[in-house]
Design a protein around this ligand. Structure first.
Ligand SMILES: *Cc1c(COP(=O)(O)O)cnc(C)c1O
Length: 367
């Protein structure tokens, strides 16, 4: 069997985050076993999608659930669901759906590279400032839904999710929450939909540690049922976003595991790793290493923020980030700007925090 090294690639230690470009997260044994078993027998894919969805819905206290090929696919499929909700007769014809020129509202402060997926179904994106008046003014009979991205750099003046849902509700409009990286806390699996969001989308391949090409769409059954006929194994818009039997069973195993996980123990591990990093690095000349909380994605886990005095080192933080990747073993750390990077413990395997600390000492002591 050919491995990464045979292909001339070095595996990385991930002290960055659950970023897709480095492989997202690692699947634990429960998930691998579920995928292996799924790979050993044929089954009706549409029925499996239904049964897995029912099981996940129950586990996550949602009305319904659908497994997508990722949160980005979920953005696309939920846009389609909202358009079809307005015009069910457009079901078979994607071109007809686009021609209807339906609109999706998004807050200016929440624009992000993933929101492109909301337009791929032909929805026109209407960008608004974050005030209640702007949201009310943007809503018209072409509006299909409102998208909400919790990661956005919201200013305090912006609408909250609860206010957005309240205004959307006045018009019977679904609010879709892109919660791709909003785990932990585990409660988010039901929090957004219990607040009244129509659908909440999660990555299966981030902290859930399910298959990389999986995601969860949780929430309203009527919306989810609208995308079944146009998603694999059926033909239509969702057919290229195929989710196989292995991903379906892997995603289910990942959810089951995540609900049982000792999240407090996991948070303690992260605290200890961050303390280890700060204690080792902060005393170094020209280095400031501090615990920061929550981390960049807003997850309630600490990470270590490292600020360097570039003049002293003759190197920027960006150059150090490259040094980490060139180190043996290669380590991915989270770049921030010319002076700062972060060490994120959430994707470390236990024991790797020592390797990361030692690499830091080597690279920062002797730049
Ligand atoms: C990671 C991410 C996505 C994409 O998730 P995939 O499961 O990789 O498709 C979408 N939106 C946000 C905000 C993300 O952080």
């Amino acid at each position: 069997m050919t491995n990464y090294q045979d292909l001339g690639l070095r595996p990385l230690i991930n002290a960055y985050a659950t970023v897709t470009k480095y492989g997202g997260s690692l699947m634990p044994p429960e998930v691998l076993e579920a995928m292996n078993e799924a790979a050993s027998a044929f089954v009706s894919l549409a029925e499996l999608q239904r049964r897995v969805g029912e099981r996940i819905a129950k586990l996550t206290r949602n009305e319904a659930a659908y497994i997508t090929s990722g949160a980005a696919a979920g953005l696309m499929l939920s846009s389609a669901a909202c358009a079809l909700h307005k015009q069910p007769r457009a079901l078979d014809q994607f071109s007809a759906l686009a021609a209807l020129k339906y609109e999706a509202i998004i807050l200016h402060s929440q624009r992000n590279p993933y929101d492109y997926a909301t337009q791929q179904t032909g929805l026109r994106q209407i960008e608004i400032d974050g005030s209640p008046a702007a949201l009310r003014a943007a809503i018209n009979d072409k509006t299909a839904c409102v998208f909400w991205f919790p990661r956005g750099l919201c200013s305090n003046a912006d609408l909250t999710l609860a206010e957005t849902i309240a205004i959307a509700d006045e018009h019977g409009l679904p609010v879709i929450v892109d919660a791709a990286a909003q785990l932990p806390p585990v409660e988010n699996l039901w929090r957004f939909t219990q607040m009244g969001a129509a659908l909440a989308l999660f990555s299966g391949g981030k902290d859930l540690r399910g298959p990389q090409s999986s995601g969860l769409m949780l929430g309203r059954r009527d919306l989810i049922d609208l995308i079944r006929p146009i998603s694999n194994p059926n033909h239509g818009l969702g057919r290229p976003l195929k989710v196989g039997k292995e991903e379906l069973m892997g995603a289910l195993a990942a959810v089951e595991r995540y609900l049982k996980l000792d999240h407090a123990a996991r948070a303690r591990y992260c605290e200890e790793a961050v303390r280890l990093f700060c204690d080792a690095l902060d005393p170094l000349p020209g280095v400031d290493a501090q615990r920061a909380f929550p981390n960049e994605a807003g997850q309630p886990l600490p990470w270590c923020s490292v600020t360097i005095d570039s003049a002293k080192f003759g190197k920027t933080a960006d150059e150090l980030v490259a040094d980490f990747l060139g180190h043996d073993p290669a380590i991915a750390v989270s770049p921030l700007n010319e002076r700062q990077f972060h060490l994120n413990p959430m994707t470390l395997n236990p024991g790797e925090e020592i390797i990361v600390r030692d690499a830091c000492l080597q690279l920062l002591r002797d730049p």
